[in-house]
Write a protein that binds this ligand. Sequence first.
Ligand code: AMP
Length: 577
Amino acid sequence: MKSVHPIKSVMPNLSEYDALYSGFEWNEERIHLDGLPSGKGLNIAHEAVDRHAESDLKNTIALRFINTERSTVDFSYSELRKQTSKFANVLEKIGIGKGETVFTLLGRVPELYVSGLGALKYRAVFCPLFSVFGPEPIFQRLSRGDARVLVTNTAFFEKKIKSQLERLPSLRYILLTDSQEHLADNVLSFSKAMEEASTDWVIGPTDPEDPALLHFTSGTTGMPKGALHVHQAVLTHYSTGKYVLDFHKGDIFWCTADPGWVTGTSYGIIAPLVNGVTSIIDEEEFDAMRWYSILEEQKVNVWYTAPTAIRRLMRMDICPKEAYQLDKLRLILSVGEPLHAEAVIWGEKNFGFPILDNWWQTETGGIMIANYRSMKVKPGSMGKPLPGVEAAIAEIKDNELTLLTNPGDQGHLVLKKGFPSLFRGYLHDAERFQKCFVGDWYITGDLAKMDEDGYFWFIGRADDIIKTSGHMVGPFEVESTLMRHPSIAEAAVIGKPEPSIGELVKAFVVLKSGTEAGEEMRRNIMGYARKEMGPAVAPKEIEFVESIPKTRSGKILRRLLKARELGLPEGDTSTLE
Ligand code: AMP
């Protein structure tokens, strides 16, 4: 008998969007979380780990690590509870205070996850850094983030930290994951400290508003900012896990993001654990064959990745559903930058279901706008707001906000305050934080439009918008059209100052392999662009390049392209891939 494809046999948790959206109350959602057994508050680590360690999930695998050589290490919920309690005891022993910050500078290894969840148990603030950062961006973040503890390894310590210690007077302890012995009073062996620590820990009273997570934004538009999140954010993690990632008991989930980017923490650590499923964590970076074979071997049910990876898979000559046994996979989701309509459709053809795009940002702490399994997908749209989140399009002038309600109106994407995971501040920058709000609305910094069915469509970062001959052009729309040209692999578009028209649209183009750059190709692309977009929007300049600068989370660094074009300082490039 032919087996039923899992996408059909597993009913979505969110079956009717409109009904759930109109009746949704965060207070009612809160019932699905435990709260601390003492009755004193809400703590992310309790919801993610401890409560499951005492339930029938205790022996379920919480985290499965795959290392470079492909061997695996598993942590059940019960084991994860013990390890994270040990780490909380280590923090107590070395005298760290509640609310102080614990940083990690590690690859995707177990110590990162144990430290992060252990810090949350201790009620310290957790801040994971990308391990590929060089010494200066690390210093900037440790110093701006008031780091008290750093968990790292000997090589990173020697190369990136040691010479900076004098500049970091408040950094009290370094814990080295690969040293068997304590090296100095303030440079300790992680394993030795853990060995001596007890596996018992009672989480102290945690106010839902207590700070929990610090994330420096990817800095696509300037200097990195430290966005602070509170324990209450766990409600968004839970809810988005249930309704967007559609977690079901027994699911195996893989989020490919590194915890150094907010996605790798909210969805690579917290959301799957809060929902009691099994998370796969791969130590390695993107590799198409490795990734497809992990999906197959680990029998992944739900996969959360980014457009940059999807585009790389699309460029390969492989139909995954024919080349690999992916019959357990029922859902693929994407975040980080626009998912082009072609990618959604490619998913449908090559996996048997569309890839679901969703939108959020460091400041929102969790998914805000999404496509849901049960809802019709309009390829190229980010979908509809999460139940419990009010999103709108607005015009902002002189600090006055006017909601634009006609379908198709373009404006600022704004979110009504009041959802649990909205950031509570930029560390040490109250002014910048205040500038993000007008009345009850949080200004996301993105421009978008809403169609007649309530679907949101991304236009661009407000800072990236090009003003040319009286038109407002979003680089994304130009890039999307260029990408449909048969010879173009990738494109990035900026506005270049040009006195007569304000800015001209300039495109940087990576051609597909085997295609020749030159005057003929330039004319061909220009002709195609004018025909598709009209002369006002089509690029007036095209430059062929080998690659497009992107952040490690896959976002095009248009700011950098523009600075290079104009010979200006490049600004913060620490997140450059
Ligand atoms: P970050 O805070 O680094 O995660 O960056 C957030 C920004 O990435 C958003 O404000 C958007 O500009 C962009 N972004 C994230 N997801 C999407 C998406 N699905 N479509 C379009 N842009 C996105």
